[in-house]
Write a new protein. Structure first.
Length: 325
């Protein structure tokens, strides 16, 4: 009964935030792109899985492939809007394919133990879904299998961690935004089977996925289990990549002093691998340079503030494209 009440209250709060977003739109202008978005389905097991793909007009053989993985309650279109179509715009400039896969009932089966979502409870093979898409585009578009990347937001960031854990041999690098590694008692994933470069981009004032670790939850309701702190999440991937060197720490320019946040980048370098942490001091549950979810004074209470010093998508792609398997 309490669980059902919690889900209802979370849905009501989510509706209020969406309504405020509609009433007080703060979305960045959609960047112009020259290619087209197409939609298709792929059967995985007994399910038809939906995805969208952006292909730039001039695509050479052996192009990179980027998966842009949405967060909880989102879909392919909202993932594109979250970053103002920036990945598609970069794809036009640099000649790569962007795939926006969709989770079952808008959720992903990441590493956390079975919880509140149907994707978790059914233990869906989301890794198999993404790997099947790689195989498909290796044939259809002749993408370069050595340059396949994943970047996820929130629940999608957790999915990016799972891809790095379960299939590091298929990805050159991954990036996770506002996502933590689950605590061992809240994880159903095995230990990663190989090294893989990882970027983490988290806000210190995120009210949904806590910077210091603890219970990840939607507005204090609908708990998703315990997660590590950002420091321990970065340490986890540093150990996976067998990096012992101290990080190179850089405070990025405070381009917008009015946004109430600043960015510090820590970079651990290893042999042919790296772990990078973007600490968004004062940042909330959002991607830097992305939209505010409505009126800033109100949504700051629910999801935290959005940093305006950097464009997160640009830094993510700059990191990913440095690597190949």
């Amino acid at each position: 009964m309490m669980r059902r009440l919690g889900i209802v209250l979370a849905a009501i709060l989510a509706f209020v935030v969406v309504l405020l977003w509609a009433l007080y739109p703060q979305m960045p202008d959609r960047l112009p792109v020259r290619g087209e978005i197409s939609t298709a389905n792929l059967r995985v097991g007994d399910l038809e899985r939906r995805f969208e793909v952006y292909v730039p007009p001039e695509l050479a053989d052996s192009a990179p492939l980027l998966f842009a993985i949405h967060g909880s309650g989102m879909d392919a279109a909202s993932m594109r809007d979250l970053i103002g179509w920036r990945f598609a715009s970069l794809a036009d400039q640099e000649g790569f394919v962007v795939v926006y896969p969709e989770g079952f009932e808008r959720e992903w089966n990441g590493c956390r133990a079975p919880g509140v979502t149907e994707a978790d409870r059914r233990n869906l093979d989301d890794v198999g879904f993404v790997l099947a898409l790689i195989d498909r585009f290796a044939i259809e578009l002749r993408i370069d299998p050595r340059r396949v990347y994943a970047a996820g937001f929130s629940n999608g960031g957790s999915m990016a961690y799972r891809l790095a854990t379960d299939a590091p041999e298929r990805f050159a690098a991954v990036a996770a935004v506002v996502a933590q590694v689950p605590e061992p008692e809240n994880s159903k994933c095995r230990q990663p089977s190989g090294q893989i470069p990882v970027l983490i981009m988290n806000g210190t004032a995120d009210p949904i996925v806590p910077w210091e670790g603890g219970i990840a939850s939607l507005f204090g309701i609908s708990a998703r289990g315990r997660v590590m702190s950002t420091a321990r999440s970065a340490e986890h991937w540093r150990r996976v990549n067998d990096i012992s060197a101290d990080p190179e720490v850089t405070q990025l320019p405070d381009v917008d002093p009015e946004d109430g946040s600043r960015v510090v980048r820590s970079r651990w370098m290893g042999a042919n691998t790296e772990v990078v942490l973007y600490a968004i001091h004062g940042g909330g549950h959002s991607i830097p340079g992305g939209p505010e979810l409505g009126a800033r004074w109100l949504t700051g209470r629910f999801v935290g503030y959005t940093n305006r010093d950097i464009r997160g998508a640009d830094h993510i792609w700059s990191f990913l494209k440095r690597h190949r398997r």
